[in-house]
Write a protein that binds this ligand. Structure first.
Ligand SMILES: *Cc1c(COP(=O)(O)O)cnc(C)c1O
Ligand SMILES: [Zn+2]
Length: 424
């Protein structure tokens, strides 16, 4: 394994770990895959599906050879993350107009979001270097995940969260796992800048997505999808885009699968941003070569409330490799799509629903054909943002098409019977 700078191409070995190259560029991890045979790998990954209570029972470490082969097993900090459900839904087919739509529920991870796929690898790496103090800036899911793994590893976590526009559920989850939480005046992007400057002074191991080990771990999402679908992927994969680490890992994981011969066709990727925080989509659609940061991003899908995504260059690579596209959707579209996903029994937090909103949009514009098979990655759990549930179902506003209120009723046979009939 070695590190390669995505800007200047300089290589460094794995013993000299830094988050950035001397030129300021982000680092990418490159493995030597020469020695792997596709059939042997498939066999190995299949065998491991029967593991219990070992690191290989994890849906991330099952693919250790493709993620972090050098790591000694006794450094692995795991909660058997991954192993999440892959579903189809008639309701979502009707809503999007598609014949076949798959949903990968990363919301079913131990801390309730896909951040666990990457965090288990970052914390394990930090532990292997001897770190006892971990940090991140977060809108709440990265911090929940970090706090959980740090506690499992018997280490400390220090996390930075903006004091506005994030979900209290996530902050409380982070606090409950035992992290020291610093709430600051400013945006997610300010928090990232602070850590880039000061994490070394504070002796903290940084677990944001500038950490390339996070990306390696998140590749497992598409590996697991491919394995569950018997190594034949749908024609489209849809992800939401905030800091763009998920989109980055998706492209990288697809590249691995393709070069290793585990799949023989590349799907196309669509990255969906929320309109109020869509600097990447703007850059791509306006054919600009540089991303212009948005100083005041705002969306109710708080996990997407990021105006200066650190990984945009890596995510651009995903688009190039997969003939990918970007799109933005409104908060209204997101909340309606979320209500349908919830109603389908699968459930997710708002940011995740940008995928289904995006698909609906792309199908109506005929960018995606009704006959094509599509998979979307749901990133976070339905309980991650209960304010939104309250707003949508119990609030005053009338445009919520899937609103489902709570019925207050006396506990008598007649009044219950009446209300049951009324509902139908
Ligand atoms: C982090 C997160 C996102 C955005 O992922 P990026 O890698 O930052 O683009 C989307 N949804 C949820 C629920 C998240 O936690
Ligand atoms: Zn460089």
């Amino acid at each position: 394994m070695k590190f390669i700078c995505i800007d200047c191409g300089k290589e460094s070995s794995s013993s000299e770990f830094e988050y950035h190259c001397t030129c300021g560029g982000l680092l990418d991890i490159v493995h030597d895959f020469q020695r792997y045979d596709a059939d042997l790998l498939k066999h190995l990954f299949k065998e491991r599906l029967s593991e219990r209570m070992t690191p290989y029972a994890s849906g991330v470490w099952r693919y250790k050879e493709l993620i972090f082969p050098e790591l000694p097993d006794n450094c692995i900090v795991t909660k058997y993350e991954g192993n999440t459900g892959l579903y189809t839904s008639e309701l979502l087919q009707n809503y999007t107009g598609l014949k076949q739509v798959f949903v990968k529920a990363q919301s079913e991870n131990p801390s309730g979001s896909f951040k666990d796929n990457g965090m288990t690898v970052a914390v394990s790496h930090g532990k292997s270097l001897g770190y006892k103090k971990f940090t991140c800036t977060s809108t709440g899911n990265t911090s929940s995940s970090l706090a959980m793994y740090a506690s499992i590893a018997n280490a400390d976590s220090y996390v930075f969260v903006p004091d506005k526009d994030i979900s209290l559920n996530k902050v409380l989850q982070t606090v409950s796992y035992g992290a020291k939480v610093f709430s600051f005046v400013g945006t997610y992007d300010d928090g990232i800048q602070f850590l880039e400057k000061h994490s070394n002074d504070l002796g903290l191991y940084v677990c944001n997505s500038i950490n390339p080990f996070r990306i390696e771990g998140q590749k497992s999402i598409i590996y697991e999808i491919a394995q569950y679908l018997n190594w034949e992927l749908p024609e489209w994969i849809i992800v939401p885009g905030g800091a763009l680490s998920n989109a980055t890992a998706l492209g990288k994981g697809l590249h691995d699968l393709f070069t290793l011969g585990l799949i023989n066709k590349m799907p196309r990727v669509a990255i969906v941003q929320a309109e109020g925080a869509s600097p990447f989509h703007k850059m791509v659609s306006q054919e600009k070569r540089e991303l212009t940061p948005e100083p005041f991003p705002y969306t109710r899908a708080s996990a997407l409330n990021i105006g200066n995504p650190p990984s945009w260059k890596k995510a651009l690579h995903t688009l190039i490799q997969t003939r990918g596209i970007t799109i933005s959707v409104t908060d209204e579209e997101i909340l309606d799509a979320k209500a349908v996903i919830d109603r389908s029994g699968i459930g997710c937090e708002p940011a995740s629903a940008a995928t289904i909103a995006g698909i609906r949009n792309l199908v109506s514009k005929q960018v995606i054909d009704k006959e094509e098979s599509v998979l979307c990655i749901l990133t976070g759990n339905i309980l991650k943002d209960t304010d939104i549930l309250k707003y949508y179902h119990l609030g005053e506003h009338t445009c919520a098409s899937f609103k489902n209120t709570i019925q207050h009723s006396r506990l008598t046979l007649n009044s219950i019977r009446e209300n049951m009939i009324e509902k139908k």
